[in-house]
Write a protein that binds this ligand. Sequence first.
Ligand SMILES: Cc1ncc(C[n+]2csc(CCOP(=O)(O)OP(=O)(O)O)c2C)c(N)n1
Ligand code: SF4
Ligand SMILES: [Mg+2]
Length: 277
Amino acid sequence: MSATVPSPLRPHDYKSDVKPVWCPGCGDYHVLIALTRALAELQVPPEKVAVVSGIGCSSRIPAYTTCYGFHGVHGRSLALGAGLKLVRPDLTVVVASGDGDGYSIGGNHFLHACRRNVDMTYLVMDNHIYGMTKGQPSPTTEPDIDTALAPGGTGLRPFNPLVIALASGANFVARAFSGNPPETAGIIAEAVRHPGFSFVEILSPCVTYRPDQKAWKDRVHRAPVDATDDAARAARRLMTDDGFNLGVLYRGNRQPYRPHGNEQIGELAELEKEFEL
Ligand SMILES: Cc1ncc(C[n+]2csc(CCOP(=O)(O)OP(=O)(O)O)c2C)c(N)n1
Ligand code: SF4
Ligand SMILES: [Mg+2]
């Protein structure tokens, strides 16, 4: 008698019954499609994945998956994700954020997460605006974007998240576009497989507060160069590109962070005991 072969997991198996409340046309729908495709490609069971987020439209994503999820506090998703990965190294930890959540209030955590290099994947849905709170400028908003909340634009130089990630020690750096879910899924799957802290910046238009971003689909293009393992070269390329080069741009070789040298953190129950009053 032959043993029953379990059927492979499909993208649909990672999608929950919770209906997204994103605006029609929001780029984040396609990020959700890409994430579920990536997890199916990896064939990692949903109960072995944790999707952790902060606050923002983008940070709603954990609820829309069948994985374990944690919708945390604004700007603190990386601290939550790192803590989880350190006590449960068997889990695949995906941290999801937005440009406000991840680069403003969470900017300091971003630097140190790159530096610490815990083995997890960081997806930032970057729409160059605070979508959830109705259109305030974020660190990636272009200086001349004229909005009701920043008349005439901020005049400020935007933050370059990929270069900052490289300078801070991220072990994998990529840029993707929500409008191309198959390619984005491939990049997310590779980011999850790559050891250490993997950062994927996903350009994901906010059709409500940045309708101009509908033009992104005509601006994005595949990077004309292959990924490098030389961080300085990757940074130089990124500082001179047009911001729309897509693909894996850097694959590093740093060893992921292990607490106390190579010792594993003990059982969760032991840890809990230490905090008993
Ligand atoms: C401590 C704290 N400060 C401010 C807020 C208000 N707030 C909620 S979401 C958000 C910005 C979200 O922007 P982004 O991360 O870019 O997400 P998007 O909505 O664009 O996907 C802000 C300022 C909050 N929830 N908590
Ligand atoms: S406000 Fe923008 S980011 Fe938020 S759901 Fe609507 S389109 Fe998406
Ligand atoms: Mg945003």
